[in-house]
Write a protein that binds this ligand. Structure first.
Ligand code: URA
Length: 234
């Protein structure tokens, strides 16, 4: 548009406004009709960037001894996000979380409340297998907690399920005990966003202590109830 055209347009606009006693003018800016696609792409690229950031972690014993980075599995647009502890041998081999014995039990636990594993999003506190499947050290939990918080912000779940004491400690610190905290809805604030959170036992713990499964079942039923109350579609 030339300056002349613009002047003509302004004159026309003010004449129209005077004639019709209106208080708005027509804008010649195009309307952005493509709002949803860039947001979706943005989530994917944020996840890729986070994955890269973790892949490039330096001076990390976990990374140095692991075969593969184990980032996540499932549906990144899910409203349900599960956090475990860290990859075991099978997960390290396959580069995918919860594919060993604990994973098989997790799948059954989810099925029991009518959830397909593929419809939710799964990750771990640490993304490389700790040597000999040891529990991650407090310093490692702390270091990876920064990535986990970013991960949660990107996925932005309506329900966050923390499985086991490592996942609990990563977001709530070490002063609380899982035996006391499991089964209660809690809130965790990450980047000014509040996430509804359920702490529950880790499936690997249930394999070692099957008598504790009754508590997990109670927690699972609460999770199902909340999914229905919040009308979350899976
Ligand atoms: N245990 C975990 O915490 N995560 C896995 O991915 C596998 C076993």
């Amino acid at each position: 548009m030339t300056l002349d055209d613009k002047n003509q347009n302004d004159i026309l606009n003010s004449e129209l406004m005077e004639q019709n006693d209106i208080e708005f003018i027509f804008s010649d800016k195009p309307i952005n009709r493509f709002k949803t696609k860039p947001i979706l792409e943005d989530k994917d690229s944020q996840l890729l960037n986070l994955r890269d950031e973790i892949a490039n972690i330096s001076n990390c014993e976990l990374k140095n001894s692991a075969t593969n980075l184990v980032f996540s599995d499932g549906n990144a647009n899910s409203k349900i996000m599960i956090v475990g502890e860290g990859p075991g041998q099978k997960e390290d081999e396959m580069g995918k979380p919860f594919v060993g014995d604990a994973g098989l039990l997790l799948n059954k636990m989810l099925k029991a409340i009518n959830i397909d594993r593929e419809s939710i999003y799964i990750t771990n506190v640490v993304n490389f297998r700790p040597p000999n499947n040891r529990k991650p050290e407090p310093a490692e939990i702390n270091r990876y907690s920064e990535y986990l918080r970013k991960h949660i912000s990107i996925i932005n779940p309506k329900i966050l399920i923390l499985m086991g004491s490592t996942a609990m400690e990563s977001l709530f610190g070490t002063k609380i005990k899982i035996s006391k905290e499991r089964g209660n809805w809690k809130e965790v604030i990450i980047n000014n966003q509040t996430y509804l959170t359920m702490i529950t036992f880790h499936p690997a713990y249930l394999l070692r202590q099957p008598d504790q499964k009754k508590y997990s079942w109670a927690d699972l039923k609460q999770i199902r109830k909340k999914i229905d109350e919040l009308k979350i579609r899976l």
